[in-house]
Design a protein around this ligand. Structure first.
Ligand code: ITT
Length: 198
């Protein structure tokens, strides 16, 4: 069975992709399983550049078909911040709880109707030869005034989905995987990966 490298160090992303890309005929593997320790600095100025940088670098290193994603949360009243800096918003070593606290502090006193935001995900799929393709997904929501829910990762506890009446972190993984930015980008990724199998 052909191997697919999930090139992320984020365990939350790995859990989601294992389900989102299931049944395609690939055996999914990770950087840790392949013994790859190299860290690719996210030096690009947008999601596309960072996703491509990660996918192409790890595909060359591993000689495997490789999927990487660059994703982030864009808050309208903060002019799209933290955006591409979502992982490093509160410093390189900050925990998810610290990032959430900083964002809530920045939105202190912003009324509910102005707390609109979206998650974005750009997936890059690369071959060892350096050929790559991109997939896109978005998910709209509202930033709450306090964290709620234990599931997911990152900003999920403060990302409220009006149609579900819950935060992303209150939803089970199977529901997040039907509606999330990553789920939407993964629908395109599945088609690309199916082509690579032929
Ligand atoms: P890799 O680069 O190793 O994949 P990372 O966590 O650094 O892991 P990104 O650079 O793409 O990944 O950073 C995206 C950040 O955006 C992530 O750390 C979260 O804080 C946030 N984020 C992305 N997708 C999310 C999701 O589904 N739920 C909550 N927060 C998310």
């Amino acid at each position: 069975m052909l191997k697919l490298l999930l090139a992320t160090s984020n365990p939350g992303k790995i859990s989601e992709y294992r389900v989102l890309l299931d049944g395609l005929g690939y055996r999914m593997t990770t950087l840790a399983e392949e013994g790859i320790t190299r860290v690719v600095p996210e030096s690009g100025s947008n999601y596309e550049e960072n996703a491509q940088l990660k996918a192409i670098t790890y595909a060359k290193l591993s000689q495997l078909i490789t999927l990487a994603d660059d994703s982030g949360l864009e808050v309208d009243v903060l002019n799209g911040e933290p955006g591409v800096q979502s992982a490093r918003f509160a410093g390189e070593t900050a925990t998810d709880a610290e990032k959430v606290s900083l964002l809530l502090a920045k939105l202190n006193s912003v009324p509910w109707e102005q707390r609109t935001a979206r998650f974005k995900c750009v997936i890059a799929i690369a071959t060892p030869e350096g050929y790559s393709e991109l997939c896109y997904g978005e998910c709209q929501g509202i930033i709450t005034t306090g964290a709620k829910g234990e599931n997911g990762f990152g900003y999920d506890p403060i990302f409220f989905l009006p149609e579900a009446g819950k935060t992303m972190a209150e939803l089970p993984l199977e529901i997040k995987n039907q509606i999330s930015h990553r789920a939407r980008a993964s629908q395109q990724a599945r088609q690309i990966l199916q082509r690579h199998l032929i």
